[in-house]
Design a protein around this ligand. Structure first.
Ligand SMILES: [Zn+2]
Ligand SMILES: [Zn+2]
Length: 226
């Protein structure tokens, strides 16, 4: 090959996603909140899900947003690395199956039209599409869209993030009505985006929403950078 691939996690030549990075992908380990999946010190629900439960049924993340997954997501997002997206999707299949969620369709969190034009593609789709294929789920990226532009969530506080994306999404009832939906995003930080998408899907008649992200940012991740 003229241009051998380099690993999206560590840069090693000859691999898209090398075996070392596959093994080192930091997984979210128990105990975590039964509802939103965030690591906590006890079994059960986190304090946020106890006082103000999210509208989605459950949210889980495959990995923690640390090296090498962080690098891989950056490569997928800014370099349109389709092969790396496929490799991550393949590694996520067993994890998603183990959740035993009853699902009808997969929908990725959409970009705004301006961002989509700039980047040319939705980076979430690079993993969501092959993952949907492996899971035998219909992939319906056009069923959910952004009804207004929002600013980047990076650098915003928790309440600003919520405000920024609230009522920013709309869904197509003829696709989502009475469907159990796997809603997928690349990184969950405060969960504001997932919650806003969930609200749009439910108001369009979706039966229930199961949220999945490739990675989860935790308290040691600075909100000014994630
Ligand atoms: Zn690697
Ligand atoms: Zn929770």
């Amino acid at each position: 090959m003229l241009f051998p691939p380099i690993c999206g996690g560590c840069g090693k030549a000859g691999f898209r996603w090398c075996s070392t990075c596959q093994e080192r992908a930091p997984r979210v380990v128990e105990p975590f909140c039964e509802k939103c999946g965030i690591p906590i010190r006890h079994v059960g629900l986190c304090s946020k899900c106890q006082s103000d439960p999210p509208a989605y049924r459950l949210m889980r993340s495959w990995a923690v947003f640390d090296s090498p997954v962080q690098n891989a997501l950056h490569t997928i997002k800014y370099r349109r690395n389709v092969g790396l997206g496929d490799s991550i999707a393949i590694q996520m299949v067993d994890f998603v199956r183990s959740l035993q969620w009853k699902l009808d369709i997969m929908i990725p969190v959409p970009l705004g039209s301006k961002r989509l034009k700039e980047r040319g593609y939705n980076q979430v789709g690079l993993v969501a599409r092959p993952l949907a294929h492996e899971l035998n789920l219909e992939y319906k990226p056009a069923a959910l869209w952004k009804s207004r532009e929002t600013r980047s969530q990076v650098g915003l506080t928790i309440s600003q993030r919520h405000e920024n994306v609230s009522n920013a999404y709309q869904a197509n009832p003829s696709v989502v009505k009475r469907k159990s939906i796997l809603l997928m995003d690349d990184v969950a930080t405060t969960g504001s985006t997932i919650s806003a998408c969930t609200a749009a899907l439910l108001s369009a008649g979706a039966l229930e929403i199961y949220a999945l992200t490739i990675a989860r940012a935790l308290s040691h991740h600075d909100l000014t950078r994630v």
